[in-house]
Design a protein around this ligand. Structure first.
Ligand code: 13P
Length: 251
């Protein structure tokens, strides 16, 4: 039984006061439920504050990125031990904005996955094709490459502590959500890659969540799909009301 995950990726948004108010509202109104896991991924500068707000609850906190080295002369970067030390339990890795705006490679994404895991953080490995790639019928090839590369060197025990997020780049921040059946097909492909690399119990047990223009009015159709185990939400996670509706929708 895969427990759905509703994760909010706040990206580079909100003032400190707004971030605190949002975390508090989610804490007060998202009932601690066994039916859905809730995760907040605020900007790194608010991780400390958000971790403190939700520390006595089942709500998890994750960073939006993590560097692969544990320490050193890497100005501006944040390491996995630092993220873990703040009280986080997850880290988004390989988000399409990191890949496409900041040139992150598949290999670097894999190093980040491993750094997160070595520090007791559950990586949320993001994969997704560009619009041109979908139009050129390259979706399966791109997703297979990104998943295989992201999981390089990971054995069966490692992947138990990992979540995959399918986020088609053309659906991120565009209001154009993937059709539930379209998303489900790619999730099915990812599950079959996991089955080939590992085994059925791993591929059946692993959570694969969808991201890209998830809103209160489309979550029901997505979560009803057999292979979709939750949502990674951008814009609609910035308002308590809409994120709470999505949490309910996932449950
Ligand atoms: P939107 O929900 O704003 O499309 O963003 C999706 C996303 O990138 C979550 O990581």
């Amino acid at each position: 039984m895969r427990i759905p995950l509703a994760a909010g990726n706040w990206k580079m948004n909100l003032s400190r006061d707004e971030a605190i108010a949002l975390a508090q509202a989610i804490k007060e109104q998202a009932s601690d439920s066994q039916r859905v896991d809730v995760l907040l991924c605020p900007p790194a500068v608010y991780l400390d504050a958000v971790c403190k707000i939700v520390e006595d609850t089942l709500i998890g906190v994750g960073s939006q990125d993590v560097f692969w080295q544990p320490e050193g002369a890497y100005t501006g970067e944040i390491s996995a031990p630092m993220v873990r030390g703040m009280g986080c339990s997850y880290s988004i890795v390989g988000h399409s904005e990191r890949r496409h705006l900041f040139g992150e490679t598949d290999e670097e994404v894999n190093w980040k996955v491993k750094a997160a895991q070595q520090n007791d953080l559950t990586p949320i490995l993001c994969v997704g094709e560009l619009l041109e790639e979908r139009q050129a019928k390259q979706t399966d090839k791109v997703i297979t490459r990104q998943v295989e590369a992201g999981l390089e060197d990971l054995d069966a025990d490692d992947v138990l502590n990992l979540i995959i997020a399918y986020e088609p780049v053309w659906a991120i921040g565009t209001g154009e959500v993937a059709r539930p059946d379209q998303a489900n097909e790619v999730h099915g492909l990812i599950r079959s890659i996991l089955q080939d690399r590992y085994d059925t119990s791993i591929s059946n047990g692993m959570r694969i969540i969808y991201g890209g223009s998830v809103k209160p009015d489309n979550i029901a159709g997505l979560i009803a799909q057999s292979e979709i185990d939750g949502a990674l939400v951008g814009g609609a996670s910035l308002k308590a009301d809409s994120f709470l509706e999505i949490i309910e929708g996932c449950a």
